[in-house]
Design a protein around this ligand. Sequence first.
Ligand SMILES: C[S@@+](CC[C@H](N)C(=O)[O-])C[C@H]1O[C@@H](n2cnc3c(N)ncnc32)[C@H](O)[C@@H]1O
Length: 289
Amino acid sequence: MDITEGEGALSTEIRNILMSGGVDDPVGESERILAESRDLELTDMREKAVSMARSRASGIPLGYVLGRQRFMGVEIEVNPGVLIPRSETELLGWEAVARLREARGGHGLGARVIDMCCGSGNLACGIAHAVPGAEVWASDLMEDCAVLAMRNAKRLGLGGRIHIASGDLFKPLAAMGASGCDVIVCNPPYISSHRLTRDRQDLLNHEPRQAFDGGPYGLSIYQRLVHDAASFLVTGGWLLLELGVGQASSLELLLQRSGYYDRIELVPDPQGEPRVAAARRGPAITGGH
Ligand SMILES: C[S@@+](CC[C@H](N)C(=O)[O-])C[C@H]1O[C@@H](n2cnc3c(N)ncnc32)[C@H](O)[C@@H]1O
C-alpha cells in the first residue's frame, strides 16, 4: 500500500469513527484531525489520528481534541480550563477593530484596549493582531486563563503589546495603568445559573462553569461591568459587550440607567439577532444607580 492509498484508508476509518459518535461534520473534522499528524510516519499518524477521533466521538469538543481554535484569523491554543472561543464572538472582536480604526486610523497607533474576562486571550490576540498600533490589557478571574492567554500572546508575537493579569474584573488592571482606553471588550459569563441546571446543562459537560454562570438572571457580571468599566474609558470611548440571545433590552436598560453612556447601539449578527451592545462613554458622570 503506498502512502496515498494508506491515507485514503485512514481517512475513511477516521470518518467512520466520527460518524459512530454522531459528529455533525465527519468529513471536515476528519480532515482537521489528519492534518494534525501528517508529518508522522503512517503507523504513528494512524495511532494519533484514531486516538483523536475516538476522543472526539466520545463527545469531547474538537477544539480540546486539537488543542487549538482559529479566531479572527489567528490560531489560539485552548485547554479544558478555558472556554473554546466561539465563532459568534468574532462579531464583538471585529466591532472593536472597526471602532478602533475609526478613532485612531487604520494602523490604530496609540489605541488602548481592555479585554475583560479574557479566557484564552482570543479577543486580546485577535484585536492586537488586526490593529498593529494597539496596546491591550487583558484579565480573567482564573489564573489558568491568564497563563494561557499570555502563552497565546507570546506565541503570536504579540507579547510586547498585550499585558495580562488575573483577578476579579478590573481590580488587577488599575495597578497596571490600564486607564484611558478607547475600547473595552467583554464576553462575560451570561447564562443564568438556573438554566445551567436545566436546558443548558450540556454546556458544563466539558467546559468550565465560570465561563457561563452569570448568576440568577445571567446579568450579574454585566451589572458590575457597566459601572466599573466607565472609569477606564476616555470620553467617547466604547464599551462593547457580547449579549446572550434575548438579553438586548435588559442590557440597554442597564446601560441607560447607569448614567455613564451617552449613546447605546445594538449590533446584530447575520441572522438579525442583537449579539453586541456598544455604549459610548459620555463626557460627564451623571451618577449611576
Ligand atoms: C464566556 S467566557 C469568555 C472567554 C473569552 N473572552 C472568549 O470570548 O472566548 C467568560 C470568562 O469570564 C471569566 N470570569 C468569570 N467571572 C469573572 C470575574 N469576576 N472577573 C474576571 N473574569 C471572570 C471566566 O473565567 C471566563 O474565562
